[in-house]
Design a protein around this ligand. Structure first.
Ligand code: SAM
Length: 460
């Protein structure tokens, strides 16, 4: 495949299928930008962690893959400053594995060949690496709305919705939706405004479904900050206790029939989340009470759950969580994280910091049997997607990817996944514990506006 063709593919869809493989490289920024009409997610703010400005394609690392991992040992680094120094000196310590770690390692060894193969395919696709490198140049040339050299977005200036949602004034907070642009577009397109049309609407910010039902990006204001709401999107900002409001029949017209695509990225308890303290975490038992069954569309739903690589968590999901939600496991999507030069963000075999995360896919509602799926050629298969990661714990917009794959199916571009979503089209999608919004989606969590901050965007 010509470089130009790859470039076009990546530019147009944000997805590039590695030639002669089942592996995908994804540019999340381009996928996200399909949600917007007048704004663009700034690549320099999305990719602030892993793009380097002074790397050239000649410096591509010579990645060696070990076929064996010294089965009974893990490689680990110690904490703090010492950890960084030791890392620099490439000093690695070996500890014997305990029982759970052995099981986790076994799981890792089982999928390792799939990941190694996918990564090798990326490294062999020199044209694609060139194209990724060009993304880097694009970022440098981007008219920055954030000055990364001066430390990027200042977290202290950010509104903490998590904190605000807890104070006694929370029910009084209002967000102002600006309809000026949408009204202008209606007039430009020859429509006339009725008396109901206003240029600004004030709505309760918390425990309320806030929607942009127009076909245009909407700017919303809260306190001194602005937020960009994609076309045809809505959010419900609340704590876990209020999620039941979104269950069909509990109040909101647009959730009358439930959802047929449910994406969940729970705030699992783990050391990294605790140390970084970017958001609060919850003990596993809290997720058992998520009303997945009740949120499911009558004919069923595809459920996608992000999990960490900890064996204890994987066992909890398999033995307790999926059964409690009524989900039958179908396949796993592996998200392999690479740097701008195509190398993995860390060693594949580093025990506590794997360069990949797993999205478990399963069905809830009307059970879909394997034979049913196989008969229609729609049996879900494990797949690998590769991206350059964004901010801490920010997942690639997999939901967007599914929708895109579905949309792209008519062009025979990809092995579509959304066909596996039972029920109506367009799919009714909800993301639980969301930190951003997407067109056609309901985003629920205690900070779904987090990445919608105007400072992460630039105007077209
Ligand atoms: N998928 C998101 C992304 O890609 O950016 C990351 C989600 S993060 C793993 C989990 C989210 O759950 C955080 O935004 C956190 O604030 C939120 N959360 C934690 N406790 C919560 C609670 N009790 N109710 C609602 N949301 C909660």
């Amino acid at each position: 495949i010509e470089k130009k063709q790859l470039l076009t593919e990546l530019h147009e869809s944000g997805i590039c299928k590695i030639p002669n493989s089942l592996t995908f490289f994804i540019d999340p920024v381009r996928i996200l930008n399909r949600n917007y009409t007048q704004f663009r997610v700034s690549p320099s703010s999305y990719y602030s962690r892993f793009f380097t400005s002074n790397f050239t394609i000649d410096e591509l690392p010579n990645q060696e893959h070990k076929s064996e991992n010294g089965d009974n040992f893990r490689v680990s680094a110690s904490c703090g400053k010492r950890k960084r120094n030791q890392k620099k000196k490439k000093i690695q310590q070996c500890y014997p594995l305990n029982e759970k770690e052995l099981l986790a390692d076994q799981r890792h060894q089982e999928i390792r060949p799939l990941l190694v193969k996918a990564h090798e395919e990326l490294l062999r696709a020199k044209e694609l690496l060139d194209v990724i490198c060009e993304l880097n140049c694009e970022i440098e040339g981007w008219e920055r709305c954030v000055d990364l050299n001066s430390g990027g977005i200042n977290e202290e200036e950010e509104v903490s919705f998590i904190e605000l949602g807890k104070v006694w004034q929370a029910p009084l907070y209002e967000i102002a939706l600006d309809y000026t642009q949408a009204n202008t577009q209606v007039q430009i397109n020859g429509g006339s405004l009725d008396t109901q049309h206003v240029n600004q609407r004030l709505l309760p910010l918390f425990n309320n479904l806030v929607s942009n039902e127009t076909n245009y990006d909407m700017v919303a204001e809260f306190q001194t900050s602005q937020y960009i709401l994609p076309k045809d999107s809505c959010f419900y900002m609340s704590e876990l206790e209020q999620i039941h409001t979104l269950v069909p029949g509990n109040g909101y017209a647009n959730s009358e029939c439930g959802f047929n695509f449910i994406m969940v990225d729970p705030p699992w308890e783990n050391r990294s989340a605790y140390q970084k303290s970017k958001y609060p975490t919850l003990p596993n038992r809290h997720f058992l009470s998520l009303p997945i069954k009740q949120l499911t569309y009558t004919s069923g739903a595809l459920v996608a759950l992000w999990v960490t690589n900890r064996e204890k968590l994987r066992k909890f999901v398999e033995n307790e969580l999926f059964p409690a939600w009524g989900v039958s496991y179908a396949a796993t999507l592996y998200w392999l994280k690479v740097k701008a030069d195509g190398s993995l963000i860390c060693d594949l075999d580093l025990f506590h910091h794997r360069p990949y995360e797993c999205l478990l896919l399963g069905y809830t509602g009307k059970p879909v049997t394997d034979s049913e799926l196989t008969a229609t050629g729609k049996s879900l298969k494990d797949q690998v997607v590769m991206t350059i990661p964004g901010d801490y714990s920010r997942k690639p917009p997999v939901g967007g990817i599914f929708i895109l794959l579905f949309a792209a199916s008519t062009e025979n571009l990809l092995d579509l996944l959304l066909e596996y979503v039972p029920g109506p089209r367009p799919a009714r999608c909800i993301e639980l514990f969301a930190r951003e919004m997407m067109a056609g989606w309901t985003s629920w969590g205690n900070e779904p506006l987090h990445f919608q901050d105007r400072r992460f965007f630039s105007r077209n």
